[in-house]
Design a protein around this ligand. Structure first.
Ligand SMILES: [Ca+2]
Length: 466
């Protein structure tokens, strides 16, 4: 645009120059004014020339740019040509490939034709096969009908099998539950067995400990019993010695059932007696006692004279003491009997008196009998005392002490034997007449040995005294 403007400017200057020159010629006539105008034009021209130079420089730079562009285009053209050459080569190779493909296609067509022929023959065979298949289909239909029948049977059988399977499944589940329950029970059983084993071991240990403690206990009991016996004996001695000077029988001790010391006229020393207030009132002195058989009563004359046994258990007080106890003071005798069925009886006499040793401790008197059992001593009145070593009885042939296995005021030999053998049972066969008996038709005869016997005496005094 600017170059077009420059050309137009140059053309205008040329026109103006020509008109100037014509005017210059006219001005030659008038030289001073024309000279000024030429200088103005020259300046303008010079300005136009500088503008044109600048324009030309721009045009040259543009031309340079266009040259560069042309070179680039030429380079691109060269590249495109090489690319075209490569594409042409590719096209040629693809044409070759196409030719090969066409050749292969022809060969495949030939093969296809041969395959078509083969296919036709195959189709023929196929038709024949179809016919065969049709025949087979008819057979198949028959077989299918048979098969459906069989299937129906099988279905029935399957239903039966299903029912049986369900039943078996139920039974299996029951068996499984039983197995599980059994396992739980076995586990519980094993736990219980372990517990039992532990408890048994503990029991064995406990038993050993208990046994040891039992032995200790027995030893301690024995020691305690011995200590108690000693204490009791000492107490009795103390108590006895405290009262012996006043007491000659248990009357002095009132309602007592224990051991006391008494002093009897004619007997050198005080001695222990067992008092009883339970069976027949207060004041009774026990002179003989059988309760368990722990003391042997088959003894000699001398032993019966002095007395024997344990005053708190089984004992006989002694004939010498009995003589002095009954000598001056009239005495009552009370006989208490008990059999092994715990039946009890009693017999009492109101004038019991024993003679001296010179009189062989004869039963001088018994007095009047009364009680719940008969008078089994009626034959013994006036009889002397007999032991196995001193025969004073009325039997001229035998010693009644030996026959009765005892010691008593035997006659021939009599109906009572309270110092006989302690049998703990019925003596009807082996020990008849040898046991502890008090013959009575309404109680027991001489073939029965009693369990317990107590003989006791009490002075005949008024009830107010007791
Ligand atoms: Ca005799």
């Amino acid at each position: 645009m600017r170059s077009e403007i420059c050309v137009i400017a140059i053309f205008a200057l040329l026109v103006v120059g020509s008109s100037g020159r014509s005017r210059a010629r006219a001005e030659t006539v008038q030289p001073s004014s024309s000279l000024g105008k030429c200088e103005v034009i020259r300046d303008k021209l010079a300005k136009y020339q500088s503008v044109c130079k600048k324009i030309i420089q721009d045009r040259r730079r543009h031309i340079q740019i266009y040259d560069n562009l042309a070179r680039n285009l030429q380079f691109n053209n060269t590249h495109l040509q090489s690319t075209i050459i490569e594409h042409a080569a590719t096209i040629i190779s693809r044409n070759d490939l196409l030719v090969n493909c066409e050749r292969e296609a022809k060969e495949r067509e030939k093969k296809l034709c041969s395959l078509g022929i083969a296919l036709n023959s195959t189709l023929i065979q196929l038709r024949e096969s179809n016919e065969t298949v049709a025949a087979l289909s008819s057979q198949n239909a028959l077989l299918e009908s048979e098969l459906s029948e069989k299937k129906a049977e099988i279905d029935k059988q399957n239903e039966t099998i299903d029912a049986l399977s369900t039943l078996v499944g139920n039974q299996n589940s029951s068996v499984l539950e039983l197995k599980q329950a059994n396992m739980l029970q076995l586990k519980e059983l094993a736990d219980h067995q372990n517990t039992i084993n532990m408890l048994q071991a503990e029991l064995v240990r406990s038993n050993a400990a208990v046994e040891a403690l039992g032995k200790q206990n027995d030893e301690l009991r024995a020691q305690l019993s011995a200590s108690n016996a000693s204490i009791k004996h000492l107490n009795e001695l103390v108590e006895g010695y405290g009262s012996c000077c006043q007491a000659s029988s248990c009357v002095a001790f009132g309602a007592s059932n224990t051991v006391h010391m008494i002093q009897v006229s004619g007997v050198p020393d005080p001695f222990q007696v067992l008092c009883n207030s339970q069976l027949a009132g207060n004041g009774w002195t026990v002179i003989q006692r059988r309760i368990n058989g722990e003391v042997d009563f088959y003894r000699s004359w001398d032993e019966y004279k002095r007395g024997f046994g344990n005053v708190t258990g089984e004992f006989f007080i002694g004939l010498e003491r009995l003589h002095h106890m009954t000598k001056d003071t009239p005495q009552q005798l009370y006989v208490w009997l008990e059999d092994f069925s715990n039946n009890t009886r009693y017999a009492s006499f109101d004038d019991f008196k024993i003679g001296s040793e010179q009189e062989a401790y004869a039963l001088l008197s018994l007095g009047k009998h009364q009680g719940t059992v008969g008078d089994a001593m009626r034959m013994n009145r006036g009889q002397k005392f007999t032991t196995f070593d001193q025969d004073n009885d009325a039997d001229e042939v035998n010693n009644c002490a030996e026959l009765r296995h005892g010691a008593w005021w035997y006659d021939h030999c009599g109906y009572s034997n309270l110092n006989g053998f302690y049998a703990e049972a019925d003596l009807e066969y082996d020990y008849a007449d040898k046991g502890i008996f008090w013959a009575d038709d309404d109680f027991h005869e001489s073939d029965y040995s009693l369990k317990s016997v107590i003989m006791m005496i009490r002075p005949k005094v008024s009830k107010e005294t007791l």
